[in-house]
Write a protein that binds this ligand. Structure first.
Ligand code: DHK
Length: 146
């Protein structure tokens, strides 16, 4: 059986819907998950959708993905800009990892311009709101087919 695509979320998206809606949109994380389920189903995949506010948990999930996922779509939240440990975990695993962001991080504060994850991941999609996740799933599936 084909392994699922893991969709991993870092800190704070559990507050989506009410969190800075001008920046992150008005969809809740559950609504984003529902869109991801349908998109993945259309492409013949199941997903495992998770969120944690804790860096070590995200690292454990990347290790889990190494055994149990076909590919990973990750929004590391603020750990994008701080975490060498997440960079190392992404580098350490076999499945392709696609980094996604709801907002266009390059157009925001300077401290959001650098991603520790980008140098370790297959590619990055940023700025399309919930569609960043759907494009991330498409990119993950395309990576598996090439
Ligand atoms: C989400 C966050 O929580 C921020 O810390 C990042 C990212 C951007 C997003 O756009 O999805 O800087």
């Amino acid at each position: 059986m084909t392994k699922p695509i893991f969709i991993l979320n870092g800190p704070n998206p559990n507050l989506l819907g009410s969190r800075e809606p001008d920046v992150y949109g008005r969809l809740t994380l559950k609504q984003i998950e529902d869109h991801c389920v349908s998109k993945a189903q259309d492409l013949g995949f199941q997903i495992e959708f998770r969120q944690s506010n804790h860096e070590g948990v995200l690292i454990d999930w990347l290790h889990d993905a190494n055994v149990n996922a076909s590919a990973v779509v990750i929004n590391p939240g603020a750990y994008t800009h701080t975490s060498v440990a997440l960079h190392d975990a992404v580098r350490a695993i076999e499945p392709p990892v696609i980094e996604v962001h709801l907002s266009q991080t390059a157009a925001r504060e300077d401290f959001r311009h650098h991603s520790y994850i980008a140098a370790a991941s297959k590619g990055m999609i940023s700025g399309f709101g919930m569609a960043s996740y759907l494009l991330g799933i498409e990119a993950a599936v395309q990576s598996l087919n090439t």
